[in-house]
Design a protein around this ligand. Structure first.
Ligand code: ATP
Ligand code: MG
Ligand code: MG
Length: 435
């Protein structure tokens, strides 16, 4: 990317979340991730170019030195900070404005700092040459249950169960009710997602039409009855296989067999797979992307009720010794030394501020792993290609990545605590209410 020759016509709107807006390059497998801020922020409260640069550098460092070693080299792409011409950013912002969903327009793209994050476009397969006319399909699964008003039947407990049947159910529920937890791309273009209005479900039949050419032999299955179902079935199997595939073929990591009829507590829109986190004996293959993510989520073994008093301990200490904030790396830098604190935090509370800081760091890292997205990108491949999903026909070449690995702010902890107290009180009230 030649930063002095940036042209907004080479880029198009790709998507956005709560914190950033992403544009993709029309020819190259690259995206730019740009920060957003509330539109009511005045020039006064807005972060300076210097602060924006630091902010993005923190995101890159956190991904590189903390999340990547924990989640595995192959799954994490940290990208690099770029300084873009302001003229380019302003033109780009105007260009993408009409593509943005209304619900996201309470925030505006940062057109002041010129700072951005350059990443590979993970919805594409860079080494997928034009040998096949079928472009890559990418499935993006966001792990946290969103902020939607309706309860979803999608349960992260099922997804992380390691049981193919339960994973199948989780993915099927996601397809039927994606809310903001599922997006599907074809050749880098979004073809399936939930629009802003949660009441409106995307059309599964349209998705089936898109997927048909990738599963040609399933069109004749079921004696021609409901061939669409067969296509979806195969599609879900591919996603499951990818999610369970790992670096090595350690057989001991074979998924446990759990039958669907087995009774289990219903997931009442639980934000995290708490039960799995607590008992830790999951049935996921060791190197699978799900096992990696679960393992990092498990760094939070105290829950917010246990973390909040430790946060207060840190706060009290900082009140007395404000200069210690830097040494304790409360706001970064997120480097190897921060990572050491995360890894080497003692298991027993010795009453020290070091223990409290270590636990708080661990909690924040776990929170990042609870809020990230998995991207599975696959395309039909030829027999001799590497990294194949070993399915009976058809065969796919695939790549899995974990994205959206930003640090969660230290200041967010009291908010999390309040939220949790609210939920607990609500639960207590609803269970103790007279009939
Ligand atoms: P959230 O609100 O979930 O925290 P965010 O504001 O942090 O989101 P991202 O999730 O990083 O932003 O990016 C928004 C969307 O842009 C993603 O859901 C994904 O669809 C797309 N995206 C982000 N990074 C990439 C990438 N490297 N390649 C392809 N698409 C990407
Ligand atoms: Mg996101
Ligand atoms: Mg995010």
């Amino acid at each position: 990317m030649e930063l002095d020759k940036m042209d907004e016509n080479d880029w198009k709107y790709h998507g956005e979340g709560n914190k950033s807006l992403v544009v993709s390059h029309l020819q190259h497998c690259q995206v730019l991730r740009l920060l957003k801020f509330p539109s009511e922020d005045s020039a006064h409260t807005r972060q300076t170019a210097e602060q924006a640069f630091r902010h993005i550098l923190n995101i890159v460092d956190y991904s590189k030195y903390v999340m990547k070693p924990l989640l595995g080299e192959k799954y994490v792409h940290s990208g690099e900070v770029v300084k873009l011409p302001l003229d380019f950013v302003r033109q780009l912002s105007l260009k993408v404005q009409q593509e943005r969903p209304e619900l996201r327009c309470d925030k505006v793209m940062d057109t002041f700092s010129g700072c951005g994050l350059c990443l590979p476009n993970l919805t594409q397969l860079p080494l997928h040459h034009l040998r096949d006319h079928r472009p890559p399909i990418c499935v993006e699964i966001k792990l946290a249950n969103g902020k939607w008003k309706r309860l979803s039947r999608y349960c992260p407990l099922d997804l992380f169960s390691g049981s193919k049947q339960r994973m199948y159910v989780a993915l099927k529920n996601l397809l039927e009710e994606p809310q903001n937890n599922l997006k599907i791309f074809k050749g880098g273009e979004l073809i399936f997602s939930c629009k802003d209005d949660a009441k409106q479900q995307p059309e599964l039949n349209d998705l089936i039409q898109h997927l048909r050419p990738y599963f040609p032999h399933s069109n004749g299955l079921y004696n021609g009855h409901q061939p669409g179902k067969a296509v979806l079935n195969e599609f879900i199997q591919v996603i499951c296989s990818a999610l369970l595939s790992g670096g090595d073929s350690n057989r001991s990591g074979e998924p446990r067999k759990v039958h669907l009829s087995e009774s289990r507590p219903l997931c009442e829109a639980s934000p995290f797979p708490r039960d799995l986190l607590r008992n830790g004996n999951h049935g996921l293959p060791k190197d699978s992307v799900l096992a990696k993510i679960l393992q990092v989520q498990m760094l939070d073994n105290l829950d917010i009720e246990g973390i909040y008093p430790l946060y207060k301990r840190v706060e009290q200490y900082l009140e007395e010794f404000p200069k210690e904030r830097n040494r304790l790396q409360i706001d970064g830098p997120y480097n190897e030394s921060f990572m050491d604190t995360v890894k080497n935090c003692p298991t027993e509370d010795d009453g020290s501020v070091e223990y409290a800081v270590g636990k708080v760091h661990q909690y924040r890292v776990a929170m990042t792993a609870k809020d990230c997205s998995i991207m599975i990108t696959f395309a039909p491949c030829e027999e001799d290609e590497e990294h194949q999903l070993n399915l009976e026909k058809p065969r796919f070449t695939y790549s899995i990545s974990i994205l959206d690995l930003d640090p969660k702010p230290y200041e967010g902890i009291p908010h999390q605590y309040k939220l949790d107290t609210k939920i607990v009180n609500y639960y207590l009230r609803s269970t103790q209410a007279p009939p």
